[in-house]
Write a new protein. Structure first.
Length: 100
């Protein structure tokens, strides 16, 4: 939960979807330091998608989550605000136009 003053978001020119990859590594260091136990260290890569607003030359991340939910959010935001949505999550980027 966030507390504080709300600010209006005006004049954003584009809604973008971008990949957000995080590498997680997990190990119990006490056990890892005992070679006779042979405790493995493992890592995994988590990929989420961020929804961003382009404000002048800056980018503001407003949400992060699974692709389908974030794309739905971006499309609703684009449609509501009549702002184009640029999906940069795939090799072939997709521009969805809502500006008239």
């Amino acid at each position: 939960m966030n507390f504080g003053r709300w600010r209006l978001l005006k004049n954003f020119s584009l809604v973008t979807l971008t990949l957000n990859k995080s590498l997680y590594r997990e190990v119990n260091y006490d056990l890892y330091q005992l070679p006779r136990l042979n405790v493995p260290m493992f890592s995994f890569l988590e990929t989420k998608v961020s929804v961003n607003l382009k404000l002048d030359k800056n980018r503001l991340e407003i949400a992060r989550g699974k692709y389908t939910k974030m794309k739905q959010l971006a499309l609703e935001l684009g449609k509501y605000s009549r702002t184009d949505v640029y999906d940069c999550t795939h090799e072939e980027k997709e521009l969805i136009r809502f500006k008239e």
